[in-house]
Design a protein around this ligand. Structure first.
Ligand SMILES: [Zn+2]
Length: 74
């Protein structure tokens, strides 16, 4: 909609009252009960729809190994 003429402040505010952003859909994880994004793997336990998709322990170990290697280098 193109605003053709000047409106009152209340008219402008009334129009903009519909412009607020809605929060993205967050749901509880079935496995660990933490909040997670919908349609995404849970970041705290690696489960998606009741099955383990990500091995977070292995991931953490890999990350730590990488950091250690980086520290040893410098
Ligand atoms: Zn979870």
């Amino acid at each position: 909609m193109v605003v053709r003429m000047r409106h009152t402040r209340s008219h402008t505010k009334n129009r903009r009252s519909h412009h607020a952003l809605k929060s993205t859909g967050l749901t509880k994880c079935d496995n660990c009960k933490n909040m997670k994004k919908r349609h995404a793997v849970c970041p705290s336990c690696g489960f998606y729809r009741g099955t383990k998709v990500l091995d977070l322990v292995k991931k953490m170990e890999k990350k730590q190994k990488k950091e250690k290697a980086k520290k040893a280098q410098s």
